[in-house]
Design a protein around this ligand. Structure first.
Ligand SMILES: NC(=O)c1ccc[n+]([C@@H]2O[C@H](COP(=O)([O-])OP(=O)(O)OC[C@H]3O[C@@H](n4cnc5c(N)ncnc54)[C@H](O)[C@@H]3O)[C@@H](O)[C@H]2O)c1
Length: 409
């Protein structure tokens, strides 16, 4: 297994997936699998991105296709993904079926030399993960996995601040420097630590989540790869060992140790509430802190020149007059208002308002830039395989109640 360099510099260098022939200014996409994820994100995003065009939608459900034809004029639709992949007008594929269908579509697209954006998780088994990696590397097609937090404006800025601080630490003028001369010179001085806290509510999960054929590893795979990917990305080190405890499917605690001593802990609880932010990331190192709170705001400390706090715009805000201060306090006020409406109407769908920008649209936009040779690899096959391997190591660790080294998976 080759290792992957994860620094932002090497990501810029790693543009080897760029397709050789000149690419059109706008790439025509075929979306394969038009379920709730695709209809909420990829389809509307492709329809409005400046560098992409929604050309084709493929699904087995004719009612879904009819609804989409109604909505998007001139849309090509069908049930056969091979026909879409082999259509010369289609430049790129967005695969958003559940993970029951991955390799056959990726193989067909790779054969046709067409770039592929695929939803996470990359696959349901490690064997399929490695097979996909082989197919993609052999074909040399551009490939991106929907670890979409890499496209979130808050995450991107926090990542930049944190990596810059880790690579070129600016001394903090107020940091204790007690016994400076006598303090032991320890090799772990400055090494990063990271914590990821996930609050979820399993009452909201779809039925396929409980189908062991469809999702054999539960949230430790289909949710966790987002977070293992974030840990790998922020810590920019090679994961070496994982230990995990789990009470399926409700509680998971995972610790990842990296080659140079960095550590990440991921805590996922599924008996939580949508009334409170879902994701908190806290990164520490070189006497500094970078915190990303639900992709609504970032906070920093001990890093000269970094903003103390920065807030980010929300999406689909139905309550612009409530919580107008934004950030987490603004979001909580908006969410409380929405939850009250939902309770009064007896409709839980009304709780949605002012969502954080989790980067779905930007991932596709940046992937097109990568294909066109104008941007770095966004979340390529090697990075996605690594995140998925860490999740599989956690699954094995929880099952066997022992530390699992990455080379075992
Ligand atoms: N990145 C994220 O934030 C995020 C969020 C939710 C879901 N997801 C991922 O997105 C994927 C889809 O999830 P979903 O909730 O939309 O599932 P879904 O069940 O709503 O949609 C899947 C769709 O695929 C279609 N399909 C199945 N087989 C097909 C075939 N052979 N050809 C064409 N279409 C086919 C189904 O008819 C269905 O419409 C999953 O892998 C999930 O993990 C990602």
């Amino acid at each position: 297994m080759s290792t992957v360099k994860l620094t932002s510099e090497s990501r810029v260098e790693a543009t080897h997936h760029v397709l050789k022939p000149a690419q059109p200014q706008r790439l025509n996409f075929a979306v394969i699998g038009c379920g709730s994820m695709a209809r909420a994100q990829h389809i509307p995003n492709l329809a409005q991105l400046p560098n992409a065009r929604l050309l084709t939608c493929i699904d087995l459900d004719e009612a879904v296709l009819a609804e989409l034809r109604e909505r998007y004029h001139g849309l090509k639709t069908g049930q056969d993904f091979h026909a879409a992949i082999n259509d010369p007008e289609v430049h790129a594929i967005c695969l958003a079926t559940t993970e029951q269908l991955r390799l056959p579509v990726i193989e067909a697209a790779a054969r046709a030399g067409k770039p592929i954006y695929v939803e996470k998780p990359l696959a349901r088994s490690l064997e399929e993960v490695y097979e996909i990696q082989k197919v993609v590397r052999r074909a040399g097609v551009a490939f991106c996995v929907g670890h979409n937090r890499r496209g979130s404006p808050a995450m991107l800025e926090a990542h930049d601040i944190f990596r810059r601080h880790m690579e070129h630490p600016a001394p903090c003028p107020w940091r204790f420097d007690r016994n400076s001369a006598e303090r032991p010179r320890l090799s772990g001085d400055g090494v990063a630590g990271m914590s990821v806290r996930i609050n979820d509510d399993w009452y909201s999960w779809k039925e396929w989540v409980f189908d062991t054929e469809q999702a054999p590893h539960g949230p430790m795979l289909f949710e966790m790869t987002h977070f293992t990917d974030m840990c790998n990305w922020f810590l920019a080190d090679e994961p070496q060992a994982v230990i995990a405890l789990s009470h399926e499917p409700f509680n998971h605690g995972v610790v990842i140790r990296y080659r140079r001593g960095a550590m990440a802990t991921i805590s996922m609880s599924a008996n939580g509430t949508f009334g409170y932010p879902k994701e908190l990331y806290e990164c520490f190192g070189n006497g500094g802190a970078v915190v990303i709170d639900h992709m609504l705001e970032i906070r920093t400390a001990g890093i000269a020149g970094a903003p103390d706090r920065k807030i980010y715009p929300m999406i689909h805000d139905r309550h612009p007059a409530v919580g107008a201060e934004g950030g987490v306090p603004g979001w909580l006020a908006k969410k409380r208002a929405a939850c009250q409406e939902a309770a009064a109407a007896g409709d839980s769908n009304l709780i949605f308002t002012a969502e954080p920008n989790k980067g779905h649209a930007a991932m596709l936009e940046r992937f097109v830039e990568e294909i066109q040779g104008r941007g770095p690899v966004v979340c390529g096959v090697d990075e996605a395989v690594l995140a998925t391997r860490v999740a599989f190591a956690a699954i094995q660790s929880a099952k066997e109640k022992r530390v699992v080294r990455l080379e075992e998976v």
